[in-house]
Design a protein around this ligand. Structure first.
Ligand code: KIV
Ligand code: ZN
Length: 384
């Protein structure tokens, strides 16, 4: 089995479903070109039957990029026909069709039975395949589906021609070890599973989307469905930057992606601004505080050796540098460091005096910036 993980980006489909995050087709093209530069393998561009705007976006993105372009459908003839038409210009088009697989979806969403859902899934896969594109089948709510039924469904859609089978944890319900076991179970019980790529698509309702995605990959899945900044329905989807950096940082996983990590921060900022969706400051990898050190103990250790408190070099994700935030928790080492960056070389007694004054300012201001330090130096008797 290859260890190259396919990165399937759904920022422009699952991500764009978030209220207030809608983009125009032109804006989607800008993001799609950047995703291509970043190195994603497939871009899910929209749900063409849902609106003329989504249809147009799939058409235009298909023309604009050379990577795979995917269009979402339900397991319905009209959806698949419209998606196939929208993908006409794609260099590598993919129809992503599927249906609910958990009993709660089958009974209360479709008022149906497992048998009928299986039949519909096989039919939709075959119908999509006949359009001449790659076919990805999604077993919606697979995280809560009966495992034996899920295995039967996966086996049947592979037999019907699915190239990729997506096992979504649609509601973000699973625990990582149990989601991983689900994927392992499929590899043990589904005939011809190696004919298809198994994909993981996890939601973040319990804050476990990334952990579940990695558990799925560790158990044999070879495609991860992700969004920039983890945006998506409710609490969001798995974040692309987290998965990419886990794989890059943990060489022990023995996996690779095509992602150029140095472009992650730029793309995160672009998506956040375009979609009017701020990134939480403590967000892993791309949050404003991801490489900011503010307590005295951490600052001192970081200044001695950055590896004491950083497992990723900020430059590797396109963040220009780490930062030392001066607050009342900062120690002398951090103050000295910032003063030296401003061109001052205080002696030990000078630093002691400056530090006393600094603490008074820091208690008042919470966050001490360079202008405050310049004023501090100007008002410190030993230095003036
Ligand atoms: O979360 C989900 O199940 C989905 C499918 C449509 C793939 O987004
Ligand atoms: Zn989803």
């Amino acid at each position: 089995m290859s260890n190259r993980i396919q990165i399937f980006d759904t920022t422009l489909r699952d991500g764009e479903q978030v209220p207030g995050c809608q983009l125009s087709t032109d804006e989607k093209i800008v993001v799609a070109r950047k995703l291509e530069e970043l190195g994603v393998d497939v871009i899910e561009a929209g749900f063409p039957i849902s609106s003329p705007g989504d249809f147009l976006s799939v058409v235009e993105l298909s023309k604009a990029v050379n990577v795979g372009v995917c269009a979402l459908t339900r397991s319905k003839k009209e959806d698949i026909d419209v998606a196939a038409e929208a993908l006409h210009h794609a260099k590598r088009g993919r129809i992503h069709t599927g249906i609910g697989s958990s009993d709660v979806h089958i009974k209360t969403k479709f008022n149906s039975t497992r048998e009928k859902v299986l039949e519909q899934a096989v039919w939709a896969t075959g119908y999509a395949k006949a359009k001449g594109y790659e076919v990805e089948f999604f077993a919606e709510d697979a995280g809560r589906a009966d495992l034996a039924f899920l295995a039967k469904l996966v086996e049947s859609v592979i037999a019907a021609g699915a190239d990729v089978v997506n096992i979504p944890d649609t509601t973000g319900y699973c625990l990582p070890h149990l989601y991983g076991k689900r994927i392992a179970y499929l590899f043990e019980h589904v005939k011809n599973i190696h004919k298809a790529t198994i994909s993981v698509h996890c939601h973040n309702d319990l804050g476990l989307a990334t952990a579940n995605t990695i558990a799925g990959l560790m158990n044999g899945a070879r495609q991860a469905e992700v969004t920039i900044n983890g945006i998506g329905e409710r609490a969001g989807n798995t974040s692309l930057e987290e998965v990419a950096m886990i794989i890059q940082t943990h060489k022990d996983l023995e996996m690779t992606t095509g992602i150029n990590s140095k472009k992650l921060y730029e793309l995160s900022t672009l998506v956040s601004e375009m979609m009017r969706m701020p990134v939480q400051p403590n967000k892993a990898i791309v949050g404003a505080n991801a490489f900011a050190h503010s307590s005295g103990i951490h600052q001192d250790g970081f200044l001695k050796n950055s590896e004491n408190y950083e497992i990723i070099n900020p430059a590797d994700v396109g963040v220009p540098s780490s930062s030392i935030i001066l607050t009342a928790r900062s120690g002398r080492a951090a103050l000295k460091h910032r003063l030296e960056l401003l061109g001052y070389q205080p002696s030990k007694p000078e630093l002691d005096q400056l530090y006393d004054h600094f603490l008074i300012v820091a208690d008042e201001k919470k966050n001490v910036v360079d202008d405050d330090l310049i004023t501090l130096v100007a008002n410190t008797p030993l230095l003036v």
